[in-house]
Design a protein around this ligand. Sequence first.
Ligand SMILES: Cc1ncc(COP(=O)(O)O)c(C=O)c1O
Length: 453
Amino acid sequence: MPENKINLPESEIPRQWYNIQADMPNPMKPPLNPATNQPISPDDLASVFPMNLIEQEVATDRFIDIPEEVLDKLLLWRPTPLVRAFALERYLDTPAKIYYKDESISPAGSHKPNTAIAQAYYNKIFGIKRLTTETGAGQWGSALSLGCNLFGLECKVYMVRVSYDQKPYRRILMNMWGGNCVASPSEETSFGRKLLEDDPDCPGSLGIAIGEAVEDAVNSQDTRYTLGSVLNHVMLHQTIIGLEAQKQFDSIGEYPDVVIGCVGGGSNFAGIAFPFLRDKIHGKDVEVLAVEPKACPTLTRAPFGYDFGDTAQTTPLLPMFSLGHNYMPPPIHAGGLRYHGAAPLVSKVVADGLVQAKSYDQLQTYESGVTWARVQGMVVAPETTHAVAAVIEEAKKAREEGKEKNILFNLSGHGLMDLSGYEAYLGGRLTDYSLPEEEIEKSLELISKYPKP
Ligand SMILES: Cc1ncc(COP(=O)(O)O)c(C=O)c1O
């Protein structure tokens, strides 16, 4: 009988992260200083990030060693199993084999601690005492609270207002690990106060929360900012997922035909996909799919250009697909996918045609999440339901074509703290949001002011 779980022994945990920049067919364009439109220098970022992470951000080495202290913490739950979804295969009556990396087993319940722990470590050894960040659904805020707790740092989290109200248990989890969480926009920064003055009921967005967390970091002593996605070093730290999966597939003599991940900022997708994209760049036949919500269709409908990473325009200009830094996504329940841009590295592999992007409506993703729960047992995060929707579609396609193919996806998190969204779905109170064409035109107009990558 084939095994449900393909486990990797702890002694086999990857000891290096993979940097896709070393293999990219076309080099990345640099982030620009918005005042001069010239590439930023490492020193421009020094008040925001510690220099050791800035060095990682610009590194082009193919592999980067994972420090022992980081491995020691990752081993609290890693390696994560590669699991075969036999029940879903039978339910769909598909010849496809469906595999997933189970990132939901981390202490915070998602892939986010993979980078939270690394970032807390690098800040700690650089002498930083306190970290600030933003969070959407609360997964990243809780992961960073965990990371800070493990390395003895203070943690301040600006949580998007709409999620702060929808997801109180994530806040409590942050408090459990000693993190301090406030709703964004908040009264604690001048940017937040200004927004609240204009609209006291502002639902917030990731772009706004980033603006607040950056302002706090640059105005406080021994404090730096951290980002849970988007930046190159975050993609790098997440590649442990795909690197483990490669070893696990090797151990059973298989290889995936399709690799799937959902995309908010892009980090869990990059984590599972980049090591396989390396093989694809070097000739391997593997299809890679990035999946996003129709309400925030960054990769599928937005233009590729330079834009700010945040609404307050405090970040450098980044080369990425962007709906415009002012874009306020509708309050869909997949809070972690409500980001106006996508990681420059993920944007680049999509723009270069190495990855296909797809978008799904909220109702279809929830339907897929409910199917998964009823067939496979687990309740996955609303973000993850996007990947599940694509997996179900691929498996049905394989059935129609009579093709035996291996489908791999990243199960980026569990949804046990996101039950209010499922409750709304089961009660028939969820709707789809489709983005009017005028919104896309607005983002094109906004981005047209900045240089072209
Ligand atoms: C479970 C889960 N999956 C996916 C995402 C999207 O983020 P990213 O695209 O960086 O993986 C989030 C973000 O909070 C998340 O919590």
